[in-house]
Design a binder for this molecule. Structure first.
Ligand code: KG4
Ligand code: ZN
Length: 343
């Protein structure tokens, strides 16, 4: 079964074609970074306009790369939420029109289910059940994944998402946007132990996250640091970036390990844009190996938003007979445990 997957939940217009929920035939991601760069973050109205401009050419490019025509597509899967409603609607209306015109099934997908299932595009697959950590610009969640479509939220952020914290700190340090990659690059030349930023563990046994205190601590530190810059300053800006990154990563690693103990599983899947971060990947790998747990990470292009992960999630729902009709609508908030498990 050949599925066209579409994601327009944020600032990238993403389409991909995947066969049988695992074999990638093509993937195209049209980034809007140049559009939003000067605002230091995503401007929803501009994102919607860009998606409208891009969606048809990007789908055509996916079909061309896979050497397929419209009639070769067996079903279409599209992200319905969570995300920016105006952005989501562009993908959803395109998918409805494509489904109607080609008389093929339509299925709406939760963006976070897509991130979790992105690992199924890889050769090395995790056994069920596993713990998934999804860390992106909009979300920081820990899930107990029992099977395709069967998810329980174990922990989530109470304020900022991890990627959002990276983006905000990069803006504060005047490093540019998106913040994750620039902070990672700068941090590589800094000392992670230089500044002991606070790590919020919340209550004992809590698997929830909070990054707002850390963000404030970095902001206050940076203000003082700028003030003393004229003098011989032993702390470099790279040390601030490295110490911030280390604080975020410590919390993520500790909580995900605690989650594996809580539900008694031996496999962890890391997903979402922040999963591209090599410091996180290597620290998690090191700590988790000590615990006798296996780590599964998607390749970098499937960590950040993409249409392939939506096609994978769509496959497992369509194959079990699930369908949506033309009343399909966007959902700005869409907790993953509210989705219907395929039977
Ligand atoms: O999953 P994604 O593409 O979009 C959302 O669903 O949010 O994630 C984007 C987020 C941004 O906040 C970006 O700064 C972060 O992922 N990110 C990174 C890295 N690459 C992207 N964060 C830390 N280190 C990176 N190398
Ligand atoms: Zn995402």
């Amino acid at each position: 079964m050949i599925i066209l997957g579409i994601d327009t939940s944020c600032d990238d217009t993403c389409t991909a074609i995947v066969e049988d929920g695992k074999r990638l035939l093509s993937s195209v991601v049209n980034s809007q970074v140049v559009v939003h760069h000067r605002y230091g973050g995503v401007v929803p109205e501009l994102a919607s306009r860009e998606h409208i401009r891009n969606i048809v050419p990007v789908v055509k490019e996916s079909l061309g790369k896979a050497r397929l025509n419209n009639k070769d597509i067996d079903a279409i899967a599209v992200t319905v939420g969570p995300g920016l409603v105006g952005a989501l609607l562009v993908g959803i209306y395109f998918a409805k029109a494509f489904s109607y015109a080609n008389n093929i099934p339509l299925i709406g997908i939760n963006h976070l289910e897509g991130h979790i299932l992105s690992i199924f595009l890889e050769k090395r697959l995790p056994p069920f059940p596993f713990v998934a950590l999804t860390v992106s610009g909009g979300h920081t969640n820990i899930y107990h994944v029992r099977h395709f479509g069967d998810y329980t939220v174990l922990g989530q952020t109470l304020d900022d998402a991890a990627g959002e914290a990276f983006d905000k700190i990069a803006k504060l340090l005047e490093l540019g946007y998106p913040g994750g990659p620039v902070i990672e690059k700068l941090a590589a030349t800094g000392r992670p132990q230089a500044i002991d930023f606070p790590r919020a563990y919340l209550s004992k046994d809590s698997l929830d996250f909070s990054f707002s205190g850390l963000k404030t601590a970095v902001a206050l530190y940076f203000r003082k640091w700028c003030h003393h810059k004229a003098e011989e300053n032993k702390i470099k800006i790279a040390d601030i970036a490295a110490s911030f990154q280390a604080a975020v990563v410590d919390i993520l690693v500790d909580k995900v390990i605690a989650a594996t103990h809580q539900v008694g599983v031996k496999s962890v899947v890391l997903a979402g844009g922040v999963a591209r971060n090599n410091y996180l990947r290597s620290k998690l790998q090191k700590m988790i190996t000590k615990e006798g747990i296996d780590l599964y990470t998607p390749s970098p292009e499937f960590c950040t938003d993409n249409g392939a992960m939506i096609a994978v999630a769509g496959y497992h729902r369509i194959a079990k007979g699930q369908r949506d009709d033309l009343t399909l609508d966007a959902r700005s908030r869409f907790p993953l445990d509210q989705i219907q498990a395929p039977h």
